[in-house]
Design a protein around this ligand. Sequence first.
Ligand code: PMP
Length: 363
Amino acid sequence: MVTMTRILNFSSGPATLPLPVLAEAQRDLLALPGVGMSVLEIGHRSRVFENIIEQTEEDIRSLGSISPDYKVLFLQGGGTLQFSMVPMNLLAPEATADYLVTGHWAKKAVEEAKKVGKVHIAATTQAEEFSRIPRSDEIILTPGAAYVHMTSNNTIYGTQWKQLPDVGDSPLVSDASSDIFSGPIDITRHALIYAGAQKNLGPSGVTIVIIREDLLTRSAASLPSMLSYAVHAQNRSLYNTPPVFAIYLVGLVVKWLSGRGGLDAIARVNERKAAKLYAEIDRSGFYRGTAQKESRSLMNATFRMATEDLDKLFVQEAEAAGLDGLKGHRAVGGIRASIYNAFPEEGIEALVAFMREFERRRG
Ligand code: PMP
């Protein structure tokens, strides 16, 4: 094995992966044990790859307690293609889709849905710069909506739904790109959940879609095949060549997550990590959290200092100290620490120590 120094990677995605997963992938890269070929070289219709994709699906089902009436799909095109696929498959011409608009990615989802059909903004916190999640009394739903779309964690603004909204009988669709499997998730309250793998589950290149079976009948036969949930479900995500390496790596990450004791145990670690960081953000007033406290994300902690110059300096000096990827998204500026499942607890301590030191010198 090559010796190297790994820095602390606070990137919002692609993001840090568990070291044991990288080590296993490296060890087996030239030849999978018992196979004699790299996973990069194996045909997607081979028994070996079928085993990999089936096992990965089984492990996802068991980690997420997903019942057999949901399909688990491995698609391409990222969360962004789901912004289009959701309305193309689920929004019939005369129907209306409700959107809960809590940030940048929710707005993107709305833009794409509007190209397909009628959209109703059921709630938005844009007037407050998306600093919080809407309260239940602010949500105005369309009776008989085709679906209600939410973004469970707002990667850029650092907010997260703490409870699922009550959407009555409407199917709930959730973009869980930045918090999937960061804690327990009640699948039964969802009709569809989607997430690009590159934050909590693996590398970029594969998007996980968990869809309740009865929704598959909504996919019109006239849809292009690659955009149809029904086609992908019928073909068990092997309609065309899937991203084999990304799926293999998701399999390793899901095994690693299961090995940590499942979603309840993972939630406890994520809560502890976030609490340590927010305690430091709140300690003296030098740092200011940008999200309102009750809406704070466990995955992306956003904060700023008194001036943009200080923010810039913080990012530069942190980088020099081996803490990478802390610059906030260009849409909001400031600092963002993305601390997904695989981000190590010691990394939080290192950031907190750096924050104290920075405040001592610059405060
Ligand atoms: N939804 C959310 C919540 C995201 O954070 C992102 C990307 N950061 C996307 C969607 C878009 O995902 P992708 O880049 O995989 O298309």
